[in-house]
Design a protein around this ligand. Sequence first.
Ligand code: 6GU
Length: 255
Amino acid sequence: MRIDVLTLFPEVCEPFFDGSILGRARRAGSVTIACHNFRDFTTDTHRKVDDRPFGGGPGMVLMCQPVFDAVEAVEKLDLLPATRILLTPQGERLSQNMVRRLVELPRLLLIAGHYEGFDERIRIGLSPLEISIGDYVLSGGEAAAMVLTDAVVRLLPGALGDETSAHEESFSSWPLDPANQNESDDMASSAALLEYPQYTRPRDYKGMSVPDVLMSGDHARIKAWRREEALRRTRTRRPDLIPSPRKDDFDDDRR
Ligand code: 6GU
């Protein structure tokens, strides 16, 4: 997979893409990540990338020219067809289901804006997917591009040291109900559990001890305990994640 990130602050993004899991995935060749600066594509003598909004108002707006030219030039760097993604608080909210769809694509082109926003013609002319990472406002799309990249790359084969860990974590599939394992875009059935509590050495720390079951060596009991804890945690913290049974499922059972 290839990911290109267009930003005014490549120096902010690059160190993140070199760290831990992302860095390892890059070195292993699972993903190519390249950051590009809009400013390198401006035709303006002062390398201007933003201007005041027509009609007045606060802040500056990212101009069409550097963005269109950057997208065109960067797409030509590779034959792989790129899916354009604009990071914006007005986009569809990023979810693990969306991440699972994105990781199937050969190439992502992430467009991170700064300032007050983009010229509307960037949306119209580039027809990108628009993605937000949550209901809060960031001062730029860089953090969102990093979040999205991390979430996607860790699902690439070989990106995690232990192949099983991506599946056992919070927001992976619902382990109790096989009927719900099918992928779906419908939020009600995007089943997930929060992760069970984890412990490591020492067995006692400041009077807090590790649950006995984890020291028992009984793998069936450990598995059952973890499932119960994951369920308990999900019920109390995120009851919205627990799928509600569909009405017609019940109807079918009665026949
Ligand atoms: Cl993608 N961009 C900005 N500026 N703020 C956000 C966001 C993106 N997602 C949530 N808040």
